[in-house]
Design a protein around this ligand. Structure first.
Ligand SMILES: [Zn+2]
Ligand SMILES: [Zn+2]
Ligand SMILES: [Zn+2]
Length: 762
């Protein structure tokens, strides 16, 4: 007696080879029925002998294609019918709308093999792909995800490609970007003014330019890269000069894992991250004996490495015979990455010698993602290409919220049901180009995700571009969310927490409810509300933004705050090296409270320490001083930390920094090594935070701690704080899916705003 089952599968199951996979699974077992796309995913009906049907149901989720992500799987009994075979039923128009769009995926092993197989019809074809790999998110114009709604619409398939596309047993069945030499996009080499250079093999020609020390703009998946030979010191210097990027590290692409291992320490977790289909840039410890010049990532113990992810990259690196190429975003300083050929000519022609372009349009820019692996755990520093638009899966259904993020490292977030869709990295909203990208990203995501937000969440900072944008919108309920509350809510959301937690929100800057510059905040929070349970003591931020660019100002501010003008008599190198005139001006600014808002920022405390111990007086990129302070850490086992005090102020605690600065000054006078001072500084913070968490637990009974904010990109601080809190019996929650820094802020904003609206309605 046959049985028939209906199986509803939701998640990322369209455009990833799921239907052919199910077709094979069914036909191999001689089962009958069908599979069709539905708004939520796919529905399968399967009929045959009970044991065989059972076997099918058990294998189905376990062996799903690599890019599929099943979020729900429901089986029910239905009546048998007269089906004679198993069929793929074609979707009616509009059916595919509510399924999840896949992110862009690195070339798969099968396509890579074909790419370098002289007998294959796609030998050396730079756009080879299949249902298991290739572009998705960056070529989607609209939904449903079908060839006519992508930038492949202008390339009609040749008969050979069409046959593959229609054959359920072929790896290219319904692979929307399917193409070949015959019918698909082509690569060209252009000179810096956009004139085509006629040559037999543009990729080989670009490679010889790179070998000659030139800068080549390479069109990739989510935008242009600027490439130079990473082993050529002069070429790296030339790129720095042209891109006006003084010291910020460049990412390097290496041809394979072995090349990565020549340059950096690669442990097993790092290897998994490097080889993952998302192909993020992975920060890895430099090997002392590597062939990459220091100029690629000065004053840094790490290189950002990644493996090729498009066939074009593989051709360029392997056929060009490169050990490593610098591949940095195709933009000028902090502007968004260029994506369009003519836009690239306009914006990048002063920076490069050649353009390696192609005629497959990139519809949505998407920068490379950046992760850091420590203790076997991968953490996001920039969540973008390869991860977007996979949602963060939430514990509960939410109303539709658009959260517009912060000012720096901006991302936006749209929620729908129990999914939170974070955008790709949009960047710093300080220039007109980024601001228009911000607008574009909102419109595009709303369209392809079909979300009409009823609530808009924004940061309380009145001058943020994102805030001003939000306040101009009508037709939705507007909810302002405090910056550090959003950080903690973001950590809670990805860890599916409910109720109150103790939250450490540590970062550089966030607008406080008292109008001051917060940044070293300990909150008792749930989604709805928060109480500021503790913070670093306030000190002046002399010159506002100038104090962020010039850490020496923060060192002077702290010293003057704790020692008065007497600090000028201290016999430590930092004080002796101060320019009398500039220092006097700064002190008068502080004393007269001119352009010196008060701050409790943790980032600025790191800056002050870095300047005081002689690591960095001025920064060339965000958080440089704090990063270099971490890089300076000695490898000793010493767990001693500098003292910080905790004093009550009403019903909150103030974290006092006077004993910390007294101790640093003492160690400087004793000529203690910089690495050791850095270590004691980090340990001191860990100690005081653990003590504080204990006091808050005693008072509130709460035992769960969330760690969020950009300061937690500091691996030493994160690891030591997490392990010591765990030893003290706390349940500790950190970020894995979204960045701890402002790149993850929009997720928290969305959840806080949704909770606020729910509360106001109840
Ligand atoms: Zn493939
Ligand atoms: Zn073709
Ligand atoms: Zn922040």
């Amino acid at each position: 007696m046959d049985v028939r089952r209906q199986i509803e599968v939701s998640g990322i199951v369209q455009g990833v080879g799921f239907r052919p996979y199910v077709y094979r699974l069914a036909t191999d077992r001689r089962l009958r029925g069908n599979i069709r796309n539905t708004p939520a995913g796919v529905t399968i009906e399967i009929q045959g002998p009970p044991e065989t049907v059972q076997n099918f149901v058990e294998h189905l989720p376990a062996e799903a294609p690599p890019l599929a992500r099943i979020t729900s799987f429901v089986v029910r009994e239905v009546a048998c019918n007269a089906d004679a075979d198993f069929r793929i039923v074609h979707s009616r128009t509009g059916e595919a709308v509510r399924t999840l769009i896949s992110p862009d995926v690195a070339i798969c092993p099968d396509c890579l093999r074909e790419l370098f197989d002289p007998a294959d019809r796609r030998y050396h074809y730079p756009f080879i792909n299949c249902t298991n790999c290739g572009p998705r998110f960056t070529i989607v114009r609209d939904i449903p995800y079908d060839r006519p709604s992508t930038s492949m619409a202008v390339f009609p398939m040749c008969p050979a490609c069409q046959t593959e596309y229609e054959d359920p047993l072929n790896r290219r069945f319904h692979a929307q970007p399917n193409a070949c030499w015959e019918c698909g996009p082509r690569v060209e080499l252009w000179d810096r003014s956009g004139r085509k250079i006629s040559c037999r093999d543009p990729i080989a020609e670009a490679a010889s330019g790179l070998h000659a020390g030139l800068v080549v703009a390479v069109k990739g998946l989510g935008g242009f890269h600027l490439a130079v030979d990473a082993t050529n010191r002069a070429a790296v210097a030339l790129l720095r000069e042209r891109k006006r990027r003084v010291e910020k590290p460049f990412a390097i692409m290496v041809p394979d894992l072995a090349a990565a291992q020549d340059i950096c320490e690669v442990d097993s977790a790092a290897r998994v991250a490097l080889e993952s289909v998302q192909r993020p840039i992975v920060l890895l410890p430099k090997k002392s004996s590597c062939s990459i010049p220091e100029e690629v990532a000065p004053f840094n113990r790490y290189f950002g490495l990644f493996l090729p992810y498009t066939p074009l990259h593989y051709l360029l690196l392997r056929e060009g015979g490169f050990k490593a190429l610098v591949m940095t975003s195709g933009n000028l300083s902090e502007e968004p990455i260029a994506i369009d050929n003519h836009e690239a000519i306009r914006r990048l022609s002063g920076l490069v010698d050649y353009f390696l372009v192609h005629n497959r349009e990139i519809l949505l820019r998407c920068d490379d993602s950046v992760v850091r692996v420590a203790d076997g755990i991968t953490r996001q520093l920039r969540r973008s290409r390869g991860f977007v638009p996979v949602p963060v899966f939430l514990k509960n259904e939410q109303p539709s919220v658009l959260a517009v993020g912060g000012e720096l490292k901006n991302t936006i977030c749209l929620t729908k049901g129990s999914h939170a869709f974070l955008s790709q990295h949009i960047g710093d909203l300080e220039n007109a180009e980024s601001y228009s990208f911000f607008n574009e990203a909102i419109e595009h995501l709303k369209r392809i995700l079909e979300i009409q937000a009823t609530i808009i969440a924004y940061d309380l900072h009145p001058d943020y571009f994102s805030t001003r944008w939000a306040l101009q919108q009508s037709g939705a309920q507007l909810v302002g969310v405090q910056h550090h509350h959003a950080h903690i809510a973001s950590c809670m959301a990805e860890n599916h927490l409910e109720g109150k937690v103790i939250g450490f929100a540590l970062d550089g800057t966030g607008y406080g409810t008292d109008g001051l510059v917060w940044g070293g905040e300990v909150l008792i929070a749930d989604y709805e509300d928060f109480e500021r349970a503790a913070h670093f003591e306030y000190v002046p931020l002399p010159g506002g933004a100038a104090a962020i660019r010039e850490p020496w100002r923060m060192a002077v501010s702290y010293l003057a705050h704790h020692f008065g003008r007497d600090f000028l008599k201290l016999d430590v190198p930092f004080v002796q090296g101060l320019e009398a005139h500039k220092t006097d001006l700064l002190l008068r600014m502080i004393e007269q409270k001119v352009n010196s808002p008060l701050t409790s920022s943790c980032g600025r405390l790191f800056d002050a320490a870095a300047a005081l111990i002689g690591i960095r007086q001025q920064v060339n990129y965000e958080a440089q001083a704090a990063i270099e302070l971490e890089m300076a850490l000695s490898s000793s086992e010493n767990n001693d930390g500098y003292p910080l005090d905790l004093r009550p102020d009403g019903d909150r605690w103030i974290i006092g920094t006077q004993p910390l600065f007294e101790a640093i000054v003492g160690d400087l006078r004793r000529d203690i090594a910089v690495g050791e001072i850095s270590r004691r500084f980090h340990n001191g913070l860990v100690d005081v935070f653990v003590r504080l968490a204990g006091l808050l637990r005693d008072k509130s009974g709460l035992n769960r701690v969330c760690l969020s904010g950009g300061t937690f990109h500091n691996v030493y601080l994160s690891q030591h704080l997490e392990s010591q809190l765990t030893d003290a019996g706390f349940e500790v929650f950190t970020h894995h899916e979204v960045p701890a820094g402002d790149g993850g802020l929009s997720l928290g904003q969305a959840l806080v705003a949704a909770a606020a609206v729910k509360h106001s309605r109840s």
